[in-house]
Design a protein around this ligand. Sequence first.
Ligand code: UDP
Length: 239
Amino acid sequence: MRIDVLGIGFDNLTMDEAVAEGLRLINAEGAHYVVTPNPEIVEVCRENPAARDAVNGADLVLPDGIGVVKGAAMLGTPLKEKTPGIEFAGYLMEKMARQGKSIFLLGAKPGVAEMAAVRLGQQYPGLTVVGTHDGYFREDGPIVEEIRQSGADCVFVCLGAPKQELWMAKNGLATGAHLLCGLGGSLDVFAGTVQRAPEFWSRHGLEWFYRLCKEPRRIGRMMKLPLFLVHVKQEKRRK
Ligand code: UDP
């Protein structure tokens, strides 16, 4: 059973359990997708029912950061741990490499996915990157066809939220891949164009603050974080 945080149902899994489930889905029949909402996305989903349906319709819903884990604890229904999308993807690639699986990288600015492909190929020998495409395209059809032709087992869909969740819900099946993972800005990190916060910051639940210092233009989006806490407190009182 999923744990509800303001209308989004989260799977209550450790990172190991989440990765094992991801691998199982890659080897299962049909198409599946993973989402990793943070408080900002939970807030977006409160106002956007289509985004909420796409997020709740995922086969795996993982809490991306400490905010959602804190929110769940405040509501009296704690989640085991945070399972950030980018770390989930790293562990999953390790396992996929051992099984000789293939991935397609979709998203980010032109050139970034190609750079990520080179670096990931070196980092995870055994994993084949069978295709890449930037995230600034007009029509879905040709991209879906390109992925289908590539025969990828897994697709990293990095278009930002909620665009990537809506894209996966709509196109996942037609790509022919078994697993699609919505991973926000992860390709920029894999390519080396954006640095993740040093461990000190993430260990203290301050990764969001580090990102804000690096990219002050995120302030508008990040104002959703205090709003999320207000809504969690309201929900707690209501319960
Ligand atoms: N992006 C994209 N297509 C778009 C809009 C965004 O490929 O139409 C990419 C953008 O270049 C970036 C990622 O999506 O690589 C979103 O990054 P952001 O940091 O906003 O996502 P988060 O990790 O916060 O979800």
